[in-house]
Design a protein around this ligand. Structure first.
Ligand SMILES: Cc1ncc(C[n+]2csc(CCOP(=O)(O)OP(=O)(O)O)c2C)c(N)n1
Length: 292
């Protein structure tokens, strides 16, 4: 992938309250570098209701709006309208919502806003569960993963919801997946999203050491394995139809990704085989959609 300079500006300061090794903290730092200081960020209830800290000790150097759990898309629509009425068409409005706040509880407000092609960037920080309240299952939780509501003796039976396909079918101008293991690709996508008007959707995979029962120093490695195993392919979709894949040439078995995470440590070989087959099927579907 193409190399680029990472901006030196910092809009996430010291003293934030993220856990050690939180993938989202690194994602947020990169996101704020790309979006710049003229950004208003909307936080529906999530870990990010807590992480920035409270005024006057907030670690954020940009304005944030804390919003109800279900309201990410609606609140951002309102913030955009208010800025436009004030004549400020330059400030970026971004939503930063968890997978619970996006795939599940916030999907109605998000779908409504996307259908209206509201002018904001919606970032789904996907840690594959309701992590701020102690790791409950969401519709982004992978099949067979341990969570407190899908214990080992009663695993989640359903595969993860395909949020990118759902957003693409709203025919929004831009949707992309990204992870911190590929920072140049991450920044390029955020900067591209910033240049486009209308609803833009960024799907970030953010490893969560306590929720995924993984060592905090493996965050970047696990993010990379997610891409290499094709559990989380990197790609972009423009106007719902034009796909661009950032293919990883170094492909690894899904087992390599699963075995470093305690939330999958109970899996049998045959369950791992089912997950491998599912990943291959989802990959084939993506390739077909991309027309390549
Ligand atoms: C209507 C409503 N229900 C429940 C809660 C409690 N709550 C706060 S954060 C949260 C979990 C959010 O999960 P997710 O959106 O995946 O973000 P994460 O915590 O993983 O960052 C829940 C259930 C709430 N604030 N509002």
């Amino acid at each position: 992938m193409k190399k680029m300079e990472i901006p030196l500006s910092e809009n996430l300061g010291h003293g934030h309250l993220a856990c050690a090794g939180c993938g989202a903290a690194v994602s947020m730092r990169l996101t704020l570098k790309a979006l710049g200081e003229k950004t208003v960020m909307v936080f529906p209830a999530s870990c990010w209701s807590i992480i920035p800290g409270f005024w006057p000790y907030s670690s954020f150097r940009i304005p944030v709006v804390h919003a109800g759990f279900v309201t990410g898309g609606a609140t951002a629509s309102g913030v955009r309208a208010a800025l436009d009425i004030r004549g400020d068409h330059e400030a970026v409005v971004a939503v930063w919502a968890g997978d619970g706040g996006t795939f599940d509880i916030g999907i109605q407000a998000l779908s409504g806003a996307a259908e209206r092609n509201e002018d904001f960037i919606y970032i789904c920080n996907d840690n594959e569960g309701y992590m701020n309240t102690g790791t409950q299952r969401s519709s982004a939780t992978p099949m067979y993963a341990w969570t407190t509501t899908t214990p080992v003796m009663k695993p989640k039976e359903n595969p993860k919801k395909d949020i990118m396909a759902i957003m693409a079918d709203h025919q929004i101008p831009y949707a992309a997946t990204a992870t911190i293991a590929y920072p140049e690709d991450f920044l390029r996508k955020m900067e591209k999203a910033k240049r486009i008007r209308g609803t833009r959707f960024i799907h970030l995979l953010s490893p969560c050491p306590p929720g995924w029962r993984m060592p905090s120093e493996l965050t970047i490695k696990i993010s990379r394995l997610a891409v290499r195993s094709r559990v989380f392919p990197l790609y972009e979709i423009e106007n719902g139809i034009s796909y661009t894949l950032q293919e990883e040439s170094h492909v690894v078995p899904v087992k390599d990704y699963l075995k470093v995470q305690g939330r999958f440590s109970h899996l049998t070989d045959s369950e791992i085989e089912v997950i491998q087959k599912n990943v291959e099927r989802t990959w084939e579907r993506l390739i077909k959609r991309a027309g390549s």
